[in-house]
Design a protein around this ligand. Structure first.
Ligand code: ZN
Length: 262
Protein backbone atom coordinates (compact mmCIF):
# COMPACT_ATOMS: atom_id res chain seq x y z
CA UNK A 1 0.00 0.00 0.00
CA UNK A 2 1.33 3.42 -0.93
CA UNK A 3 1.43 5.78 2.04
CA UNK A 4 -0.91 8.72 1.52
CA UNK A 5 0.66 12.04 0.60
CA UNK A 6 0.54 14.48 3.48
CA UNK A 7 -0.10 18.16 3.08
CA UNK A 8 2.37 20.71 4.30
CA UNK A 9 -0.28 22.29 6.59
CA UNK A 10 -0.76 18.87 8.19
CA UNK A 11 2.97 18.61 8.87
CA UNK A 12 3.03 22.18 10.24
CA UNK A 13 0.30 21.27 12.73
CA UNK A 14 2.05 18.04 13.71
CA UNK A 15 5.29 19.93 14.42
CA UNK A 16 3.34 22.43 16.48
CA UNK A 17 1.61 19.75 18.52
CA UNK A 18 4.90 17.97 19.25
CA UNK A 19 6.71 21.25 19.97
CA UNK A 20 9.33 20.62 17.26
CA UNK A 21 11.35 23.09 15.18
CA UNK A 22 12.38 21.85 11.73
CA UNK A 23 14.55 20.38 10.37
CA UNK A 24 13.72 17.32 12.48
CA UNK A 25 15.81 14.15 12.74
CA UNK A 26 14.29 10.78 13.53
CA UNK A 27 15.76 10.49 17.04
CA UNK A 28 14.63 14.01 17.86
CA UNK A 29 11.11 13.13 16.73
CA UNK A 30 11.15 9.99 18.86
CA UNK A 31 12.30 11.96 21.91
CA UNK A 32 9.65 14.67 21.52
CA UNK A 33 6.88 12.12 21.00
CA UNK A 34 8.03 10.05 23.97
CA UNK A 35 8.23 13.04 26.30
CA UNK A 36 4.70 14.18 25.42
CA UNK A 37 3.13 10.74 25.42
CA UNK A 38 4.74 9.92 28.77
CA UNK A 39 2.56 12.60 30.31
CA UNK A 40 -0.66 11.65 28.60
CA UNK A 41 -0.45 7.86 28.37
CA UNK A 42 -3.79 6.32 29.44
CA UNK A 43 -2.11 3.82 31.81
CA UNK A 44 -0.95 6.73 33.94
CA UNK A 45 -4.46 7.95 34.47
CA UNK A 46 -6.48 4.96 35.53
CA UNK A 47 -7.49 6.74 38.72
CA UNK A 48 -9.94 8.84 36.79
CA UNK A 49 -12.23 7.67 34.05
CA UNK A 50 -12.66 11.19 32.72
CA UNK A 51 -8.94 11.83 32.67
CA UNK A 52 -8.20 8.45 31.16
CA UNK A 53 -10.56 9.15 28.27
CA UNK A 54 -8.89 12.47 27.68
CA UNK A 55 -5.49 10.78 27.75
CA UNK A 56 -6.58 8.26 25.13
CA UNK A 57 -7.71 11.02 22.79
CA UNK A 58 -4.49 12.94 23.22
CA UNK A 59 -2.24 9.91 22.85
CA UNK A 60 -3.97 9.16 19.54
CA UNK A 61 -3.41 12.73 18.36
CA UNK A 62 0.27 12.60 19.33
CA UNK A 63 0.73 9.25 17.55
CA UNK A 64 -0.85 10.73 14.47
CA UNK A 65 1.44 13.76 14.62
CA UNK A 66 4.47 11.51 14.99
CA UNK A 67 3.47 9.45 11.93
CA UNK A 68 2.98 12.62 9.92
CA UNK A 69 6.43 14.02 10.78
CA UNK A 70 8.07 10.60 10.21
CA UNK A 71 6.47 10.41 6.75
CA UNK A 72 7.73 13.94 6.05
CA UNK A 73 11.29 12.96 6.95
CA UNK A 74 11.01 10.07 4.45
CA UNK A 75 9.93 12.35 1.61
CA UNK A 76 12.83 14.77 2.13
CA UNK A 77 10.53 17.66 1.24
CA UNK A 78 11.09 21.24 2.34
CA UNK A 79 9.96 21.70 5.94
CA UNK A 80 7.02 23.94 6.80
CA UNK A 81 7.23 26.09 9.94
CA UNK A 82 5.25 24.78 12.93
CA UNK A 83 1.90 26.53 12.72
CA UNK A 84 -1.80 26.30 13.22
CA UNK A 85 -2.69 27.58 9.77
CA UNK A 86 -4.30 30.99 10.12
CA UNK A 87 -3.71 30.91 13.83
CA UNK A 88 -0.39 31.88 15.33
CA UNK A 89 0.66 30.26 18.62
CA UNK A 90 -0.20 32.46 21.58
CA UNK A 91 2.39 33.09 24.31
CA UNK A 92 1.22 31.99 27.72
CA UNK A 93 0.79 34.52 30.53
CA UNK A 94 4.09 35.35 32.19
CA UNK A 95 2.78 35.07 35.74
CA UNK A 96 3.83 31.93 37.60
CA UNK A 97 1.00 29.46 38.06
CA UNK A 98 0.30 27.98 41.48
CA UNK A 99 1.49 24.40 41.89
CA UNK A 100 -1.26 21.76 41.61
CA UNK A 101 -1.96 19.53 44.58
CA UNK A 102 -1.18 15.85 44.07
CA UNK A 103 -4.07 13.54 45.12
CA UNK A 104 -6.27 10.93 43.51
CA UNK A 105 -9.05 12.39 41.42
CA UNK A 106 -12.55 10.93 41.83
CA UNK A 107 -13.68 9.55 38.49
CA UNK A 108 -17.29 10.56 39.09
CA UNK A 109 -16.87 14.12 40.25
CA UNK A 110 -13.41 15.16 39.05
CA UNK A 111 -12.73 16.26 42.65
CA UNK A 112 -9.80 15.30 44.80
CA UNK A 113 -9.12 15.56 48.52
CA UNK A 114 -8.00 19.06 49.37
CA UNK A 115 -10.09 20.71 46.64
CA UNK A 116 -12.45 23.35 47.94
CA UNK A 117 -16.08 23.48 46.93
CA UNK A 118 -19.12 25.64 47.50
CA UNK A 119 -22.36 23.96 48.43
CA UNK A 120 -25.71 24.91 46.83
CA UNK A 121 -26.82 27.77 46.65
CA UNK A 122 -23.11 28.45 46.28
CA UNK A 123 -23.01 31.63 48.33
CA UNK A 124 -21.22 30.34 51.42
CA UNK A 125 -17.52 29.96 52.16
CA UNK A 126 -15.59 27.26 50.30
CA UNK A 127 -15.24 23.99 52.20
CA UNK A 128 -12.35 21.50 51.74
CA UNK A 129 -13.23 18.08 50.32
CA UNK A 130 -12.16 14.95 52.20
CA UNK A 131 -13.23 12.45 49.56
CA UNK A 132 -16.23 10.98 47.76
CA UNK A 133 -18.49 8.00 48.36
CA UNK A 134 -21.31 6.23 46.50
CA UNK A 135 -24.44 5.16 48.36
CA UNK A 136 -27.82 4.12 46.88
CA UNK A 137 -26.68 5.27 43.46
CA UNK A 138 -25.93 8.76 44.75
CA UNK A 139 -22.43 10.22 44.69
CA UNK A 140 -21.69 11.98 47.96
CA UNK A 141 -18.94 14.49 48.48
CA UNK A 142 -17.49 14.20 51.98
CA UNK A 143 -16.63 17.57 53.41
CA UNK A 144 -14.36 18.70 56.19
CA UNK A 145 -16.31 18.98 59.42
CA UNK A 146 -18.08 15.65 58.85
CA UNK A 147 -20.82 16.81 56.49
CA UNK A 148 -21.66 15.20 53.15
CA UNK A 149 -23.42 16.67 50.12
CA UNK A 150 -24.77 15.19 46.89
CA UNK A 151 -22.25 15.78 44.14
CA UNK A 152 -24.73 17.72 41.99
CA UNK A 153 -25.03 20.27 44.77
CA UNK A 154 -21.34 21.16 45.01
CA UNK A 155 -19.27 23.33 42.74
CA UNK A 156 -15.49 23.53 42.57
CA UNK A 157 -14.11 26.72 44.11
CA UNK A 158 -10.75 28.45 43.69
CA UNK A 159 -9.77 27.32 40.22
CA UNK A 160 -9.05 28.76 36.79
CA UNK A 161 -9.45 26.84 33.54
CA UNK A 162 -6.44 27.19 31.20
CA UNK A 163 -8.55 26.36 28.13
CA UNK A 164 -11.55 28.66 28.43
CA UNK A 165 -10.60 31.01 31.26
CA UNK A 166 -13.62 30.09 33.40
CA UNK A 167 -12.76 30.68 37.03
CA UNK A 168 -14.09 30.69 40.54
CA UNK A 169 -12.80 32.36 43.70
CA UNK A 170 -11.43 32.82 46.21
CA UNK A 171 -8.13 33.93 44.72
CA UNK A 172 -5.45 32.78 47.11
CA UNK A 173 -2.34 30.62 47.24
CA UNK A 174 -4.41 27.47 46.78
CA UNK A 175 -5.99 28.55 43.51
CA UNK A 176 -5.87 25.58 41.12
CA UNK A 177 -5.19 25.58 37.40
CA UNK A 178 -7.29 22.85 35.90
CA UNK A 179 -9.64 22.23 32.99
CA UNK A 180 -13.23 22.98 33.97
CA UNK A 181 -15.92 20.30 33.70
CA UNK A 182 -17.33 21.91 30.55
CA UNK A 183 -13.95 21.75 28.81
CA UNK A 184 -13.52 18.09 29.77
CA UNK A 185 -16.94 17.32 28.31
CA UNK A 186 -16.03 19.32 25.19
CA UNK A 187 -12.88 17.27 24.72
CA UNK A 188 -14.96 14.09 24.64
CA UNK A 189 -17.43 15.66 22.21
CA UNK A 190 -14.58 16.72 19.96
CA UNK A 191 -13.39 13.12 19.82
CA UNK A 192 -16.84 11.63 19.26
CA UNK A 193 -18.25 14.27 16.93
CA UNK A 194 -15.47 16.26 15.23
CA UNK A 195 -18.12 18.16 13.24
CA UNK A 196 -19.07 19.95 16.46
CA UNK A 197 -15.71 21.74 16.67
CA UNK A 198 -17.37 25.02 15.68
CA UNK A 199 -19.98 24.76 18.40
CA UNK A 200 -17.28 23.85 20.93
CA UNK A 201 -15.31 26.94 19.90
CA UNK A 202 -18.36 29.19 20.43
CA UNK A 203 -18.99 27.65 23.84
CA UNK A 204 -15.35 28.28 24.83
CA UNK A 205 -15.63 31.89 23.70
CA UNK A 206 -18.79 32.34 25.78
CA UNK A 207 -17.12 30.80 28.83
CA UNK A 208 -14.06 33.02 28.39
CA UNK A 209 -16.29 36.10 28.45
CA UNK A 210 -18.04 34.87 31.58
CA UNK A 211 -14.60 34.07 33.04
CA UNK A 212 -13.43 37.64 32.42
CA UNK A 213 -16.42 39.02 34.26
CA UNK A 214 -15.91 36.61 37.17
CA UNK A 215 -12.19 37.44 37.36
CA UNK A 216 -12.97 41.16 37.37
CA UNK A 217 -15.42 40.59 40.20
CA UNK A 218 -12.73 38.69 42.09
CA UNK A 219 -10.27 41.53 41.51
CA UNK A 220 -7.70 39.18 39.98
CA UNK A 221 -5.68 40.79 37.17
CA UNK A 222 -3.98 37.50 36.51
CA UNK A 223 -7.18 35.50 36.02
CA UNK A 224 -8.69 38.35 34.03
CA UNK A 225 -5.75 38.57 31.65
CA UNK A 226 -5.81 34.83 31.14
CA UNK A 227 -9.54 34.83 30.41
CA UNK A 228 -9.04 37.77 28.02
CA UNK A 229 -6.24 35.90 26.28
CA UNK A 230 -8.42 32.79 25.95
CA UNK A 231 -11.19 34.99 24.58
CA UNK A 232 -8.90 36.46 21.88
CA UNK A 233 -7.67 32.96 21.07
CA UNK A 234 -11.20 31.61 20.65
CA UNK A 235 -12.19 34.60 18.50
CA UNK A 236 -9.20 34.20 16.19
CA UNK A 237 -10.20 30.57 15.68
CA UNK A 238 -13.51 31.78 14.30
CA UNK A 239 -11.85 32.17 10.88
CA UNK A 240 -9.82 28.93 11.04
CA UNK A 241 -10.66 26.09 8.66
CA UNK A 242 -12.10 22.87 10.13
CA UNK A 243 -8.73 21.05 10.30
CA UNK A 244 -6.93 23.96 11.92
CA UNK A 245 -9.78 24.47 14.35
CA UNK A 246 -9.76 20.81 15.33
CA UNK A 247 -5.98 20.82 15.83
CA UNK A 248 -6.01 24.08 17.78
CA UNK A 249 -8.69 22.84 20.16
CA UNK A 250 -6.85 19.58 20.64
CA UNK A 251 -3.60 21.46 21.26
CA UNK A 252 -5.21 23.63 23.94
CA UNK A 253 -6.72 20.59 25.64
CA UNK A 254 -3.32 18.83 25.49
CA UNK A 255 -1.59 21.64 27.37
CA UNK A 256 -4.36 21.96 29.93
CA UNK A 257 -4.30 18.25 30.46
CA UNK A 258 -0.54 18.17 30.99
CA UNK A 259 -0.84 20.83 33.66
CA UNK A 260 -3.62 18.97 35.41
CA UNK A 261 -1.75 15.65 35.30
CA UNK A 262 1.41 17.23 36.73
ZN1 ZN B 1 -12.77 25.44 30.64
Amino acid sequence: MRPRVRRSSECARALWLLGLQPPVERDELARAWKARVARTHPDLHLSSEQRSEAATVLTRALNDARDTVAAWIDTGREWPQPAMGAVRPVPRPAAAEPAPQPATICSRTGLRAGDRVRVWPYDGDPVPVRGTEVGDGVVWVLLEGGKAEQSNRVRLAAYGCPVCGACEGPVDARLLTRPCGDCLRDLRRLEQRPAEAGRIRSAIEARSEAGRATARGLGSDWLESRAAERCRWARRLHVAGPDDLHAALLGAFTRAFEQWAA
